[in-house]
Design a protein around this ligand. Sequence first.
Ligand SMILES: [Mg+2]
Length: 402
Amino acid sequence: MTGYGNPAVTESRGPMCPMGSSHPLSASPSVLVDAFDVALMDLDGVVYRGSEAVPHASRAIASARAHGMRVVFVTNNALRTPDEVARRLASFGVPAVPTDVITSAQAAARVLAARLPGGAAVLVLGGRGLRDAVNDVGLRPVATVEEQPAAVVQGFDPDIDYARLSEAALAIRAGAVWVASNADATVPTERGLMPGNGSLVAMLRTATGSEPIVVGKPERALHEESVRRSGARYPLVVGDRLDTDISSAVRSGTPSLLVLTGVVGPGDLLRAEPLYRPTYLSADLRGLFAGHPSVVVNGDGVPPQGVEVGGGPRSDDVSAVCGSWVAQVRDSTLTWRRAGPTTRAGGTRGTVDGVLSADGMPPDDGLDALRAACAAGWAAADRGAPVRALAGTRPPGCADLG
Ligand SMILES: [Mg+2]
C-alpha cells in the first residue's frame, strides 16, 4: 500500500461506481477520498479494538480530513453520549467533537420524536446516552410505569436489572411504543462476548409478545440519521462487520468499504450472502487512499479470456478475474491461477501518489486474489452451486479462507 499523498481539497466528488450503487466489489478509478464526501465510519474493529488502536487508523483519518473528506463516527452503542465517544476517540489519537459522532440513541430519539407529541413521557431502559438523546428531542425521560410513558426506549446498559426490565414490560403491555437502539445479541469485551442489547430485547419480547422498532445498524434509521446529521451527498459506509455495517449500506443502496481489521475475515467474506457484500475491500483504512480494481465475472457479459483450468471451458464454470488473478469454481471447488496479460479487466487503479505499474495497473494490494475468489464464489452461490472445497495452494490474501 502506498502513502497518503499531498493533502488537497477536491471539489469534484461523486460516485465512481455506476449511479453510486452498492454493487459488490466495484471498481473505483479514483481514490475513495476523492470519490466520496463523507465517511460514515464504524468504531470498534475500525478505529480501535477494545482498548487498542487499530494500526494506521488515526493517520488515515487525519489524512482523509486533510484531503477534504468529512469523517463521522456511527455507533450502535447507545450507552455513551457523543461527548464521551469523542473523548474516547481522542484517546486513540483521533480528534473528534460531539457532532462528529452519531449514536443509535440519537436515531431512537428521532424515531420517537416523529411519533410522539413534545414533552411526552418516555421510559428509558438504558444509560445516559439514551436519556440525553430523549431530552435533546424535547421528550421527557421517566423510569416507572406509574408515570404513564407513551413509549419505552431500550438500549444497552450494564446496570439494567430485573426491576427496570419489569417496568418496561408493564409499559409495553399497557400499549407504549417500543423502540430499541439496536438488536446486537452480544457485546465484545476483553473477557469475551457478553449479552448485548439484543439479548435483553429478546427477554422483553418473550415477556410481552410485542416487537420493538429497531433503529441501529443494519436497520435504516441510524443510517438515515447519519446522512442527515452529516449532510453527506456521497456517503461511504466504512466498517468491519458484514451483518451491521455492510448490510446497512446494502439496504440503503450506499457504497461501502469493508476493512479486515475487525471481526470479519476472508472466509466470512467468501460465504457472504448478497445482503452482506461490500462495494470495496481493503486490509485497513489506508484503503481510503486507493482506487479499487474492477472484478469481472463470466456471465456479466464480459467473459474473461484464458480462464480455462484444464479440459477447456465448461458451461457450468464460474470464473472471475481481478488484477493478475483468476479464480474459478468448477464442481464446487475454488481454484486460482495467474491471469495472462490479456485477462486483465479493463478497470484501472490509481493511488494518491499516482504510482502505477508499467501497464497502467498499480501494484496488487495483496487482495486481488481474494476479490476474484469472492466474486466467483458469490456468483456460484447465486447460481445454486456454492463453493464447498478450496485448492490446497492458496494465493496471497487467501490463506484464511477456512
Ligand atoms: Mg465494528
